[in-house]
Design a protein around this ligand. Structure first.
Ligand code: 6PG
Length: 479
């Protein structure tokens, strides 16, 4: 056997990852695809890669050095299970099967458990960075056993993106931890994109600037604290003109956002964990709202504000939007990391938050300068109760909050929907509030369902006899 790593699935992501692996010193890559035709195409197009092709799973296994390691790069779902079944037949105890797709982490937990019974290691690895990242260096989030990491670690480090000299890969935690963290990455990706969309909309409708002019603003922002891949590509997209009509491309693209489901998974999971990822939820819902053309057409006659609000000082308004975007982004990450902490606790994973921030600095879609600040924050205080409380972020939000409020007020008065900006601000005001109306909710719950409440001034659980004399009793007495 000549190959030290194999890749199953020769669609774009798989072949790019295989080419990336082959381009690194010391790797020889075995490749397999369900139909050999595709394997042949990849071989023909990339003779430089020195791929070891296989036309059957037996041949594939025979071409791999032990312990064998193979990365599955097929459409997430049933296809993955089918490939795992085949690999389990030809692999041996100690070998490693990696799923590099966007699998739901609970599926990964299930698969890991089933495969482990055969003595084979199963690793769910989140891989971010799209086609380009797969080819030149993605951010990789592997879960799975410690044993598998011994073999996989050096291989994955060889292909990962590099941030300040460090490869963007770490052993995230056992079984589904890697796919869990990748899911949260995608949730943050959703809210980051939504916030940028809202910033663009506010500036366009508030100042009447053209997409190309707004592209310049984003390019400028990309030189400061907002520097990130998503801000960078936003400028690119806004600058693009449609070849056919000559108008800005953004004006001819149908305004109905697609989604493959990972954002929704993040929200569903966070609901189960009881973690408010309100920014991500708003981002997912904003995509859903955009994609209901009949409803939107029907509702387009509904009235908006009767008075028009105008922006007097454009430069000041744009700076306010920039600050509001930064503050909202801090909240989005704070919420995302809260979900990671809760997931780790629920599923028994030892996830190092600072390391996650580090491996997101390059290669992945949410890559940003800002992630250095997050890893610093967790390195300084790993028990931080909320990221936004770290000194750097606290200062940043303090400096931005007045602007943030002005922007949300403007949006509300002008009738511009900013669900992510607004909900992030509401979350911020919620966590910092001395008293919340949750006390009233507890009273209501006790009223209609004797659900009981606790008091601020003494221990115990209480119930008011609402339909009796309205005296309070200790809840052990309440039915
Ligand atoms: C990545 C991305 C990627 C995701 C796409 C599309 O990290 O490379 O998260 O995995 O599939 O961004 O996602 P949606 O179609 O749901 O927008």
């Amino acid at each position: 056997p000549q190959a030290n790593i194999g890749v199953v699935g020769m669609a774009v992501m798989g072949s790019n990852l295989a080419r990336n692996l082959a381009s690194r010193e010391g790797n020889t890559v075995a490749i397999f695809n369900r139909s050999y035709e595709k394997t042949q195409t990849v071989l023909d197009e990339h003779p430089e890669a020195g791929f070891v092709p296989a036309s059957t799973y037996e041949e594939f296994a025979a071409s791999l050095q032990k312990p064998r390691a193979a990365i599955i790069m097929v459409q997430a779902g049933r296809g993955t299970d089918a490939v795992i079944d085949e690999l389990v037949k030809v692999f041996e105890p100690g070998d490693i099967i990696v799923d590099g797709g966007n699998a739901l982490f609970t599926d990964t937990i299930r698969r890991e458990k089933a495969v482990r019974e055969t003595g084979i290691n199963f690793v769910g690895a989140g891989i971010s960075g799209g086609e380009e990242g797969a080819l030149n260096g993605p951010s990789i989030m592997p879960g799975g056993s410690d044993e598998s990491w011994v073999t996989l670690g050096p291989i994955l480090k060889s292909i990962a993106a590099v941030a300040e000299g460090e490869p963007c890969v770490t052993h995230v935690g056992h079984d589904g931890a890697g796919h869990f963290v990748k899911m949260i990455h995608n949730g943050i990706e959703y809210v980051d994109m939504q916030l940028i969309g809202e910033a663009y909309d506010l500036i366009r409708r508030g100042t009447g600037k053209s997409p190309a002019e707004i592209a310049d603003i984003f390019a400028e922002w990309n030189t400061g604290e907002l520097e990130s891949y998503l801000i960078e590509i936003t400028a690119e997209v806004l600058r693009q003109n449609d070849a056919e009509t000559g108008t800005p491309l953004v004006d001819v693209i149908l305004d109905a956002a697609g989604a493959k489901g990972t954002g929704a998974w993040t929200v569903q999971t966070a609901l189960d964990l009881g973690i408010p990822v309100s920014g991500i939820a708003e981002a997912v819902f904003a995509r859903s709202l955009s994609s209901k053309p009949a409803q939107r057409a029907g509702a387009s006659s509904l009235p908006g504000p009767s008075t028009t609000v105008s922006v007097d000082d454009e430069a000041a308004f744009i700076e306010d939007v920039r600050r509001a975007l930064y503050a909202s982004k801090i909240i989005a990450y704070s919420q995302g990391f809260d979900a990671i902490v809760a997931g780790a606790e629920q599923y028994g994973w030892d996830i190092k938050k600072g390391d996650i921030a580090k491996i997101w600095r390059a290669g992945c879609i949410i890559r940003a300068q800002f992630l250095n600040r997050i890893s610093d924050a967790y390195e300084e205080d790993s028990s931080l109760v909320a990221l936004v409380l770290a000194p750097y972020f606290r200062d940043a939000v303090e400096g931005a909050q007045e602007a943030w409020r002005r922007v949300v007020v403007h949006a509300v008065q002008a009738g511009i929907p900013t669900p992510a900006f607004s909900s992030s601000l509401a979350y911020y005001d919620g966590i910092r509030a001395d008293r919340l109306p949750a006390a009233l909710i507890q009273g209501q719950r006790d009223f209609f369902g004797a659900h009981t409440y606790k008091r601020i001034d003494k221990d115990g659980t209480f119930h008011t006899l609402w339909s009796g004399d309205r005296s309070e009793i200790s809840a052990v007495d309440a039915h």
